[in-house]
Structures are given as structure tokens and as C-alpha cells.
Design a protein. Sequence first.
Length: 177
Amino acid sequence: MNSVARTFALLFLLTSSACLAAPEPAVAPAVAGAPATAATPVPTLSAAPARATSGPQPTAYVHKASFGRAPAAPDRPAQPAMKYPPQYPAKWTGWGQPAYATVMLVVNQYGKPEDAQCIEATDRAFAREAEKATERWLFMPALKDQQGVRSLLTLRFDFLSPSSCTVGVLATPAPAR
């Protein structure tokens, strides 16, 4: 068995066993007309119970990501294999409100994340926590002609409460034809 087949077998075993993160919610595409992993709508954060909002309010964080040369469109997009949930920032645990962070990253041909950049978040503290968590993840790499290739992936982290966080893949590139 060659090393690529061994790697995929190991990733399959890891994904079939219990992961540390909460199950992925189905999310809608980030761009109109772009395919998504599921066609169900994103759950709204307004359904969360109301909490006291005393104290400081977070400052919205927006960043334009730059990755240099864009990776080619794969036949099969990269998929998370082993996930570690991010920590709710200690600075905001007293706040306790739902928050989010959207992270864009490159997954290399071996399934390792590279250059994770938060492009939008409720506050910079949530952006840092999402970036830190993403650096530890492992992915099944994108495939082009049955070879692992670098690919771009966008993830949304929903910090529902200090003890709960969900993650979803926002947009995956369309398969090359």
C-alpha cells in the first residue's frame, strides 16, 4: 500500500470514529450560484436565548485575505477530517452572546492547513481563536486527476455560547469539467 493510500485510509478511520467537534450544520452557499455542501439554510443566531449585554460590546472585524496565486479548481474539494473546536475567547465569556468568525485557508496537497486568515468576525478575539483552531485541523485534500492538490476553503465558526461552537464549510469550488 503506497503512502497516499495509507494516508487516506488513516483519514477515513479518523473521520469514521467520534470527532472532538460538534456535528457540522448544513449551510447555504456564500456566493449566489456557488455550490454548497447542502442546500438547507443557515440557522439564525436570533434563536439563542437572550443574555445580559452589560459591559463592552465587540468591535466588528473585517479583513481582505490574500493568498497569492489561486489554486486550480479540483475535481473533489478538500473536506475536514479531524476538527478541534475553538475556545470562546476568555475576554468575552462574561458577554456570553452568540458570535461568529469566517476563516479562509489553503489546504495543501497533504491535507495540512496553510495560511488561515479570518476575513470577517464579530470581534478580533473570535477571529484569533478560529484561526488558532484551524491550524490544528487535518483535511482530506482536494483531488485533481486522483492526485492531492492545493485548494482554497472557507469555514464559518458559530460561537453559540461559551461552551458550544459549530463549524460549517461555506463554499466549495465547482468541480472541473
